[in-house]
Design a protein around this ligand. Structure first.
Ligand code: PLP
Length: 391
């Protein structure tokens, strides 16, 4: 029998709701991955990614695997055994960067900040002065485990001033908040398709600066990963018509990515960022009207990922299962040290809209009233509506 998934509203940390236009693109007929029409599609995807990342980097492409593979691609191509890398950790994903560095036989110099706060610039400056020979500075722009934005512009310029490469995780950032690869002078940046691009999971857009590309082509040792070796992938995604077979591109997933990026381009980057802010403000107003609190200070908050403290005495698993069973609504649980302490409410891409904000507030209100939490019924929706009126 065929598999028919339930129709959910996805307001967790990803995947987010896929725009139906993108699902339709996915269903178009598969063609050969060296068909001239497919090559044309690849060229357009590259240009659209350059637009989304705001970069002129030639080495800009979607890795044929999820965001984690984009992370691995950046580290495995740029870092060699015995290198040292300054890794900023303020949540789950910085910890994965550390693992990547260590598995390559390199040394991770950790700059740790409390979960829910941004990477501290002062600590990074000290780590750089104490380790002037570090090859790279790696950090998470949009930490999905906590809902924190770190100051990518400052961190990348610190790396550049000190002749280090910058490696940036913006899996959750792209499309939701400003990502300005060239203005930041970022060297290696990776993202994902299933967060603010509202595309299906399974691809990871990456971009490498000319400086990073130079490091990759002049390595002392071959890249350990055959599949992710950009020296080989460049022959497939590179310029010109002389494309050689490397792996079979996920043809239909790339139709979907092309559609997602076209939607973003038509909407405009600034409009997309403004939309994320508007819906975030309305959600926040509603949550606060129910007495719920966001854990991140307002200046570092990601509009697309809202980490909310769970009130004392509330059975948080029961709340999430009520949302899923009664409202077909998925929100995220806490991850790592925030497990059981927060819910993570995503408002990403296509899912960032007023009906979702209202659905989520209404469902949470009902679930909390079920558990006898003292809230005044209807206050959340009223506050969200007011926020939209003021917008
Ligand atoms: C989701 C996410 C990843 C991993 O992406 P996958 O597509 O799940 O492999 C990496 N970093 C951050 C910050 C993320 O939010």
């Amino acid at each position: 029998m065929s598999f028919h998934p339930p129709k959910r509203t996805l307001m967790g940390p990803g995947p987010s709701d896929v725009d139906p236009r993108i699902s339709l693109a996915l269903a178009r007929p598969t063609i050969g991955h060296l068909d001239p029409e497919f090559i044309r599609l690849m060229d357009e995807i590259k240009e659209l990614l350059q637009f989304a990342f705001q970069t002129k980097n030639e080495l800009t492409l979607p890795v044929s695997a999820p965001g984690s593979a984009g992370m691995e691609a950046c580290f495995v191509n740029l870092i060699e055994a015995n290198d040292s890398v300054i890794v900023c950790q303020n949540g789950v994903f910085g910890g994965r960067m550390k693992e990547n560095v260590e598995r390559l036989g390199a040394k991770a110099i950790m700059v740790e900040d409390q979960w829910g706060t941004a990477t501290d610039i002062g600590k990074v400056k000290s780590a750089i002065s104490a380790n002037p020979d570090a090859k790279a500075l790696a950090f998470v722009h949009a930490e999905t485990s906590t809902g924190v934005r770190s100051d990518a512009a400052t961190l990348c310029s610190l790396a550049a001033e000190n002749d280090m490469l910058s490696i940036v995780d913006t899996v959750t950032g792209l499309g939701g908040i400003e990502v300005a690869v060239d203005d930041w002078t970022a060297d290696a940046v990776y993202s994902g398709t299933q967060k603010c691009l509202s595309c299906v999971p399974g691809l990871s857009p990456v971009t490498f600066s000319p400086k990073a590309q130079n490091v990759i082509t002049n390595r002392k040792t071959p890249v350990q990963s055959w599949f992710l070796d950009m020296n080989l992938v460049m022959g497939y995604w590179g310029q010109g018509t002389q494309r050689s077979y490397h792996h079979t591109a996920p043809v239909n997933a790339l139709y979907a990515l092309h559609e997602a990026l076209t939607i973003l381009k038509n909407e405009g980057l600034e409009n997309s960022w403004a939309k994320h802010q508007r819906n975030h403000r309305a959600l926040k107003a509603g949550l606060e009207a129910m007495g719920l609190e966001l854990i991140v200070a307002s200046e570092n908050r990601l509009p697309q990922l809202n980490a909310v403290s769970i009130p004392d005495g509330v059975d948080e698993t029961l709340v999430r299962s009520k949302l899923l069973n009664d409202y077909n609504l998925e929100i995220g649980a806490g991850l790592g040290q925030l497990s059981g302490k927060v819910w993570r409410i995503g408002l990403m891409g296509y899912a960032s809209n007023a009906s979702n904000v209202r659905l989520c507030l209404q469902a949470l209100e009902a679930a909390l009233l079920d558990q006898s939490v003292q809230i005044s019924a209807g206050a959340a929706i009223a506050a969200a509506n007011q926020s939209y009126l003021n917008a």
